[in-house]
Design a protein around this ligand. Structure first.
Ligand code: ATP
Length: 247
């Protein structure tokens, strides 16, 4: 479904991606793990056209995304629940959800809202509350639901468990599994919570300093001594993870 081939991306003189290749097949949950600054968010947002990739290609269902803006990419069926959630705090929960339909069929708005309320009952309870007054976990549910309002074929999830209380971290991973198993959603997941993110993944990649240094099934990476040392057993993803483990 998504084919990323030898992608390079820069911010001015800073090179953030160095020849990244990655595939997400229909129906898969694919996890990308890596330290702070490895380039995970850049890879996600470059799919949406910002930053523009400097070389390589990104194909979605065989069609190049090169040169397309975020609205056009959204229309093709890709939605993101972004890092930091980016909800609109002064708008109500319902208004936030409706923002997710901007590029979709307006005729189905009511049905779509109901679908989200069935999936996330807390959002139904809080429908008229200002989104900025929701708890962090509730805001994360809202960010995921908003992305789902546009009926995406591919859902990009950037650090959905970041900064959440343990109970909500569990809930977020339950939702990811549910979306994939029950709704057949194809998911590309970026996470620092490597343990749980690899458990829900069919396949996974490790990104280090802008390059993919390892890939395999979620289970293979969970069992890999290098990944365990760098990310799972007291590994410090904020320092310099696989460098020492792999060297
Ligand atoms: P984190 O887990 O901290 O979000 P990440 O793996 O998502 O990290 P990116 O945010 O993609 O990493 O950053 C990759 C590199 O690009 C880093 O060196 C970062 O400093 C740099 N970078 C990211 N955004 C910008 C920007 N807007 N301008 C300049 N450099 C940037």
């Amino acid at each position: 479904m998504l084919q990323i081939e030898n992608v390079h991306a820069h911010y001015g003189h800073v090179q953030a991606l160095r020849g990244v290749s990655l595939v997400v097949n229909e129906g898969e949950t694919v996890t990308l793990i890596g330290a702070n600054g490895a380039g995970k968010s850049t890879l996600m947002t470059s799919i949406l056209g910002a930053p523009r990739i400097t070389s390589g290609s990104i194909l979605f269902q065989g069609k190049s995304l090169q040169g397309l803006g975020v609205h056009e990419v959204s229309r093709l069926g890709i939605a993101i629940s972004p890092e930091g959630r980016r909800i609109f705090p002064r708008m109500s929960v319902i208004e936030n959800l409706l923002m997710g339909t901007t590029f979709a069929d307006h005729g189905s708005r009511h049905a779509d809202l109901q679908r989200m309320f069935d999936m996330f009952p807390i959002l139904a309870e809080r429908g008229h509350q200002l989104a900025g007054t929701l708890s962090g976990g509730e805001q994360q549910m809202l960010a995921i639901a908003r992305a789902l309002m546009s009926h995406p074929k591919l859902l990009l999830m950037d650090e959905p468990s970041l900064g959440l209380a343990p109970i909500y971290i569990r809930k977020v991973f339950e939702i990811i599994e549910m979306l994939n198993r029950e709704y057949g959603m194809t998911i590309l997941l970026v996470e620092q919570n490597a343990n749980q993110a690899l458990r829900v993944a069919h396949r996974a990649y490790v990104l280090q300093q802008g390059s993919i240094v390892m890939s395999g099934t979620g289970r293979e990476l969970l069992q890999s001594p290098e990944v365990r040392a760098a990310y799972l057993e007291g590994g410090k993803p904020h320092s310099d993870p696989l460098q020492t483990a792999v060297a």
